[in-house]
Design a protein around this ligand. Structure first.
Ligand code: PXG
Length: 283
């Protein structure tokens, strides 16, 4: 595996950043997780736009133009001979002192890792996920906007650990108002009484690219959609539920907090949207 770090390629063993990098010291940096299908990065420009927005929000200057970044990602895929891949794009604040001062970090680092896909097992798609609500809430937008895909995911990691402790691979996070936000690394949708619902951006979520594509597909299919505040009651009483993310695509959820959703089996709309989404990835 060849890893791109600020213009050069390194083997997995030799790919490293400074221990003084504020990405390492403070989680001061941003990332994107993308997928390539048949050699083409899915919604590449949209991911780069989100990366640039994250950078702008945390006052980080990305040392490449979006075009140069796009070329670097494509080149990393080529160098690694990968057509179907998971791509992790990272921009760190760079090395500074042991203090918090971001102005002392003069060399932001760009890292691109392209790897083989390690997907959720097929069984999860066939049977659906059983998830639980975490007691850890989603970070409050008044702290750091959840729209910033920052290198500090400890809150989400804590929530996911809670799930693992009770045998759930994913968890639901609520916001500080007790409304449904999202899963630890995926957005959430429900299908209820003929309407596809998903929490709005102001519920304190990361606005996923997959979420956006699912909303576009629903519009094309003439399915009514609603982005409005949602509570767990809405999920408990939904006909179907699924999560969306670049790695997972669409994955059915059949139980929340031990309660079966709909028929307790992956729903027909979920399957239809997944099939339609997969067509979209091959365009
Ligand atoms: N919510 C959160 C909090 C996320 O981090 C999504 C939703 C889905 O967004 P996309 O754009 O992928 O549809 C994410 C995305 C990984 C990884 O290892 C990915 C995420 C988070 C943590 C790890 O790929 N991301």
């Amino acid at each position: 595996m060849q890893i791109y770090i600020s213009g050069q390629y390194f083997s997995k063993e030799n790919a490293a950043v400074s221990v003084f990098d504020h990405g390492f010291l403070y989680g001061d940096g941003i990332f994107e997780g993308m997928r390539a299908y048949s050699g083409k990065v899915f919604r590449h420009r949209e991911h780069l736009q989100r990366l640039w927005e994250s950078a702008r929000s945390i006052f980080l200057q990305i040392p490449l133009t979006p075009e140069e970044m796009e070329n670097a990602v494509n080149e990393t895929l080529r160098v690694n001979g990968l057509k179907d891949a998971y791509i992790r794009l990272i921009v760190t604040r760079g090395a500074g002192t042991l203090g918090l001062d971001a102005d002392l970090c003069k060399n932001p680092q760009v890292i691109i890792i392209a790897d083989k896909l390690s997907l959720y097992p097929r069984e999860f798609y066939e049977k659906g996920l059983e998830i639980v609500t975490a007691s850890t809430t989603r970070t409050n937008p008044g702290m750091l906007s959840p729209q910033v895909k920052s290198l500090n995911y400890l809150n989400n990691i804590m929530a996911k650990i809670e799930g693992h402790l009770v045998g759930s691979v994913e968890v639901l996070l609520l916001n500080s108002k007790g409304e449904v936000a999202e899963a630890s690394g995926d957005n959430i949708f429900i299908w209820k009484r003929g309407v596809l619902h998903t929490p709005p951006s102001d519920a304190g979520i990361l606005e996923g690219i997959t979420r956006r594509v699912v909303l576009e597909i629903a519009a094309e299919l003439g399915i009514k959609t609603k982005e409005a505040a949602m509570t767990r009651h809405d999920i408990y009483t939904a006909d179907e539920c699924f999560l969306t993310g670049s790695a997972a695509e669409l994955i059915p959820v059949v139980k929340l907090d031990g309660r079966p959703i709909g028929g307790g089996k992956p729903g027909t709309l979920t399957k239809k949207l997944l099939a339609r989404f997969q067509e979209e990835t091959l365009k």
